[in-house]
Each structure stands twice: as structure tokens, then as C-alpha cells.
Design a protein around this ligand. Structure first.
Ligand code: NAP
Length: 559
């Protein structure tokens, strides 16, 4: 370790003591699969991970209530039939602890840790022009070099904490949902405050309210949230999935969001099946107001999400927003609190849909207070709590559920420098520019898994990750087989792709003028406003990537 601290080039430390073929940054689901995939095609690989173990998002986000909003039978790897057959999911939508257990099982089963180094934060990623390889430097000063570098750093991995005056003076405990401690946090008898009501806040709030003596929720923007499916996994349903997994994985490949439309037939009781002959129309505008209300009475707030025009037609969107607000007014007992919880400044579909368990009911509890930061903004944090323009709130614990520097944050923080020492930060000054979210011109042999401009966060992440890693693995294999040393996109491919990414996002609720989301970078002060993920659908995107591979990477320059 002493040598490493002095910054000696350790050249990768593969079992043979050679420089690896590929360096991977990150050991979340993307880095884990990358290690396995590259290894199975005969490449040597080394992954560097800042955390102490595998799991990425599911390693860091341990806050009470954390769970996934994609069904676990689908939010799971498809590369190993054996893995699909042996792993039991306890719930339909799994909690963080179960997903992390799964990640650990995968790491054990495929012996992934052998090629991983933990507690290792990469602080510089630099292309060596003459040597034609990447040099990675860690926080401890250790250096690694390899001809290929894969950034598997995640889309939501850099937590942000707003700079509130006096925040450092707070003498109580401070947590961020995205960096929750591994050790249990005891909130019993404590006065807890939470800032932020996005997906993380909405999941944490009901749990914190159950555990704390009192919970104060500091809300700036109210959220649209719909109740989660909270079913236990039925063994016969899981079995039916297992019997159809190949078909399900195929369906994922052809679905806009990478989630199959498979519905168990054998295991679901006849009376529980949805009668498709009476299925509601797919357009909200085609329904009478009585029918719209009836849909919510029967299926809950989530019914609003089933209508396609809610996402594409401003009139339908506003009708849905109003129905949503009317329904919340019936769920929260105190009318003033209910009114403050209603989103009014933007529409459904602008942000990532939030899914909750008991969110609105939590505000009916005696030990929960809602503070509207638009009415009464935070003045300062001091030693004992938070002072708004109206009053002081005494707190023992302050939780930030204030989100992430999404999509670009982890890449920019890695201090990436390409050909001629050009900084990625300079290239991306006005927003991320990349081809297919996979590579950047001027940064040869550097790949990003689920990078900006790819479906990434708009897709089932496990599906998006496997597609990217497979594409990268095939690309490296092809380069080797065809005697090419380097690959990077042509500038015109990049500009053409970005124009297409913008074009398909235009006119959707994601980019409505009233919308301010992390998809647009709007949650980070000073960040360029640009819609980062690809909204044109996973199958279309995948076809485009496959075309590149089939046409000898014609959109790329080879060296
Ligand atoms: P987020 O959606 O960005 O929400 C951050 C929250 O913090 C917002 O309510 C925001 O208010 C508030 N906030 C930020 N700065 C503030 C300030 N200075 N003062 C007051 N409030 C402030 O972040 P997130 O909740 O962590 O979720 C991020 C993404 O992670 C999700 O969209 C989702 O993709 C993923 N995620 C998924 C799950 C799941 O699978 N169920 C769970 C958690 C997270 P404003 O809106 O006013 O900025």
C-alpha cells in the first residue's frame, strides 16, 4: 500500500502481473457484468470501485424505504439462465437489502471480486497519446494503465447537498439518502428533518415518520406519486417466469422501456386476470369525466399513467393533473396540508414517476409536519436545527434527500482528459456530447455504460447495461480481430446523434417549458439545460447500435 501511496504505476495487477486489456471504473451492476463479460471473451480486466463492495446504487442507497420501481423478475441479469433459475425474489418490487443480496450472490457465483479493487476512488482518467492507452489515478495516488477504459460509474451516483447557509454548524446527525451509513441509524425518540420530496424522499418519509419521535418534511416542489405494488412474490408466479425467461428477455429487447409485457397465465387465478375486452381506452381525452373518475376509483391514482395522451397532449395532461390533485385532496385530512402537497407548477410525465408506500397517509400522522419552502424559505441552518422565514425547527437529525448530479456528474468528476490533454469538462461545457451515449470524439477507446444520449434511465437499467456491455465487448473483440488499435466516434456522428436525441425529446412532457428535472440538469445550479437520456425507445436505439456493429463501425474513426 505504501508503494501505491507514492504513485508508482502498478500496471493493473492482473493475475499474470500484466497490464489488463480493460480497466473498468465502478462495480455496480454495470461494472459487475463488464468484468464477467470481458473475462468470458478472453480479455483481462480490472475494476476499481470507490465503495467497499459491489452493488453501486444499491450499495450506497440504504436509506429506510429504499426499493426498486421495476419488478425484480425483470430488474435482474439475463445473461445466465442458471442465475435466473436459482435466485428467489421475496417481493415483486424488491427492497434495497434484497437487491444488494442479489448483487453479492452474483459476485460470489461468478467470482467477480478477484478482478475488483474496492475502496479505490478514481480521480483522474488520462489518455496517453504516445502509449495509446488510458492511465487512471486513484485518490491514494495509485496508477493503472490499459488500452481500453470503461466508465461504469452509474447515472445517479454523485449525491448533491445544497449549500444552505450555516449547514456546517448543525450539531446533530446529518445524512444523505444517497450515502446512507451501513450501520443501523437509530432514530427512536429523535426529531428528524428531511429536505427533498423526490423519489428518495417520498420513499424515506413514511419510514422515518414510523421511526422518529417527530418528522418535519421541508418541501420545495410537491411531487406526483402513485402507490406501489406491494405484493409478496408468489412461488408459482416466479416459477412461471422461470419457465418463460427466454421469451421474457426477448420481449424486453423489443419493449420501449426494456420491460416485458409477459403476464403469468397459469399461476394467476382466473378471477384476478384483467378482462381485456373491457380495458379502458388508451386516451384520457376519449373518456367522459364520469369515466375518468371511475377509472381512479377502481384502479387508484396509477390509472392516470395508463393513458398515452397524458404524456403527449397538453390538454390531456392538465386533465390528469387536475384529477390527481382532486384525489389527493380526499387523501390528506388537513385541507391546508393537502393543498401544499399538490403539484401545480408542472405536469405529470415531466419527471421520473415516483412510486410510494403510504406517502399521503403519512401526513395524517400526528408526528409529521409539512413545511412549504416556497411560502417560507430556509434562511439558515444553525447548531440546533433549521430556520425558515417563519420560524425555527429544532432537530436532532437532518436528512438530505436532495438528489444527484445525474448522468454527467460521475464522468466529469473523474477528470477525464482525452487526446492532446483535452478535458471532457471543456467538451461538455454546454452539455454532454457523445455518440449513442457510448463514446466521445477525442476520447479514443473510452466507453461509457448508459452514458448521456442513450436510453439509460428511461429503460430497465439492467437491460440497458447488458446491451451496452455486450456492444462494448463485441467492439473490442472486433477491433482486435481486425487489427485496429483505437476507436472513437466521428464528430459528425456525434452531432447528428445529439440532434436526433433532442428532436425525439421535443414536444414530450419531459421537455415542457414548465418542467425542471434532473433529466434536464435543472437540479444542479449552473448545469447546462439539455435533455440527457434518449427518449426514442430502447428497440430503436438498440437497432442503431447494432447497425454500427454490422457496418464495421462506420460512424467511428478507427486507428
Ligand atoms: P430528486 O428526484 O432530484 O429529488 C430531489 C428533491 O430534493 C426534490 O424534491 C428537490 O426539490 C429537493 N431539493 C433539492 N435541492 C433543494 C434545496 N436546496 N432546498 C429544498 N429542496 C431541495 O432526487 P431523488 O429523490 O434522490 O431521486 C433521483 C432519482 O433516483 C429518481 O428520479 C429515480 O430515478 C432514482 N430513484 C429511484 C428510486 C426507485 O426506484 N424507486 C428511488 C429513489 C431514487 P425541487 O424539485 O424543488 O428541486
Amino acid at each position: 500500500m505504501a508503494d501505491r501511496a507514492q504513485g508508482q504505476v502498478s500496471q493493473g495487477q492482473t493475475p499474470e502481473g500484466q497490464m489488463p486489456d480493460v480497466l473498468v471504473v465502478g462495480a455496480g451492476f454495470a461494472g459487475m457484468y463488464a468484468v464477467h463479460r470481458f473475462r468470458s471473451q478472453g480479455l483481462s480486466v480490472k475494476a476499481l470501485e470507490a465503495g467497499s463492495d459491489v452493488g453501486g446504487t444499491w450499495y450506497w442507497n440504504r436509506y429506510p424505504g429504499a426499493r426498486c420501481d421495476v419488478p425484480s423478475l425483470e430488474y435482474s441479469y439475463g445473461f445466465s439462465a442458471e442465475l435466473e433459475q436459482e435466485w428467489d425474489w421475496p417481493e415483486v418490487f424488491s427492497a434495497q437489502a434484497d437487491i444488494l443480496r442479489y448483487a453479492n450472490h452474483v459476485a460470489d457465483k461468478f467470482d467477480l471480486r478477484r478482478d475488483m479493487q474496492f475502496d479505490t476512488r478514481v480521480v483522474a482518467v488520462e489518455w496517453l497519446d504516445d502509449a495509446h492507452r488510458w492511465r487512471l489515478t486513484t485518490e491514494a495516488g495509485e496508477r493503472f494503465e490499459a488500452p481500453f477504459c470503461v466508465m461504469a460509474t452509474g447515472c445517479l451516483s454523485i449525491p448533491i447537498t445544497p449549500s444552505v447557509p450555516g449547514a456546517a454548524d448543525f450539531r446533530g446527525e446529518v445524512y444523505h439518502t444517497g450515502m446512507w451509513p451501513k450501520e443501523p441509524v437509530d432514530l427512536a425518540g429523535k426529531r428528524v428533518g428531511i429536505i427533498g420530496t423526490g423519489s428518495s424522499g417520498v420513499q424515506a418519509i413514511p419510514e422515518l415518520a414510523r421511526q422518529a419521535a417527530h418528522l418535519t418534511v421541508f418541501q420545495r416542489t410537491p411531487v406526483y406519486t402513485v402507490p406501489a405494488n406491494r405484493k409478496r412474490m408468489r412461488p408459482d408466479v416466479q416459477q412461471e417466469f422461470r419457465e418463460h425467461y427466454r421469451e421474457i428477455r426477448e420481449m424486453q429487447q423489443n419493449n420501449q422501456g426494456g420491460v416485458s409485457t409477459f403476464r403469468p397465465r397459469k399461476s394467476v387465478r382466473r378471477e384476478a386476470r384483467v378482462d381485456t375486452t373491457n380495458a379502458p381506452p388508451t386516451r384520457l381525452l376519449d373518456l367522459t369525466s364520469e369515466q375518468r373518475r371511475d377509472a381512479i376509483d377502481r384502479f387508484g391514482l396509477g390509472a392516470l399513467l395508463a393513458f398515452r395522451d397524458v404524456y403527449s397532449d397538453a390538454r390531456a395532461n392538465e386533465i390528469a393533473n387536475e384529477l390527481y390533485r382532486d384525489t389527493v385532496r380526499t387523501m390528506v385530512r388537513d385541507p391546508d396540508t393537502a393543498e401544499r402537497l399538490l403539484p401545480k407548477t408542472y405536469g405529470l410525465g415531466c419527471k421520473r414517476q415516483v412510486i410510494d408506500r403510504d406517502y399521503y397517509d403519512t401526513f395524517n400522522r400526528d408526528n409529521v409536519t409539512l413545511v412549504d419552502l416556497v411560502e417560507t424559505p430556509v434562511d439558515t441552518v444553525d447548531a440546533t436545527g433549521v430556520r425558515t422565514s417563519a420560524r425555527h425547527y429544532e432537530l436532532d437529525v437532518l436528512v438530505y434527500a436532495t438528489g444527484f448530479d445525474a448522468m454527467t456528474g460521475a464522468l466529469l468528476r473523474a477528470n477525464i482528459r482525452g487526446r492532446g490533454g483535452r478535458k471532457l469538462a471543456d467538451k461538455w461545457r454546454d452539455g454532454p456530447v457523445a455518440y449513442l451515449g457510448l463514446q466521445m470524439a477525442g476520447f479514443p477507446n473510452l466507453f461509457t455504460v448508459t452514458g448521456p444520449g442513450s436510453p439509460s434511465v428511461l429503460c430497465n437499467m439492467l437491460v440497458a447495461i447488458e446491451q451496452h456491455v455486450n456492444w462494448i465487448g463485441n467492439c473490442i473483440g472486433w477491433l482486435r480481430a481486425n487489427g485496429a488499435r483505437t476507436i472513437e466516434p466521428r464528430e459528425e456522428s456525434e452531432t447528428g446523434w445529439i440532434a436526433h436525441v433532442n428532436e425525439v425529446a421535443e414536444g414530450t412532457m419531459f421537455t415542457a417549458p414548465t418542467c425542471n428535472s434532473w433529466y434536464l440538469g435543472a437540479n444542479v445550479p449552473g448545469k447546462a439545460r439539455i435533455f440527457m437520456p434518449y427518449v426514442g425507445g430502447y428497440p430503436r436505439y438498440r437497432a442503431r447500435c447494432e447497425r454500427e456493429a454490422a457496418h464495421r463501425y462506420e460512424g467511428f474513426a478507427l486507428g
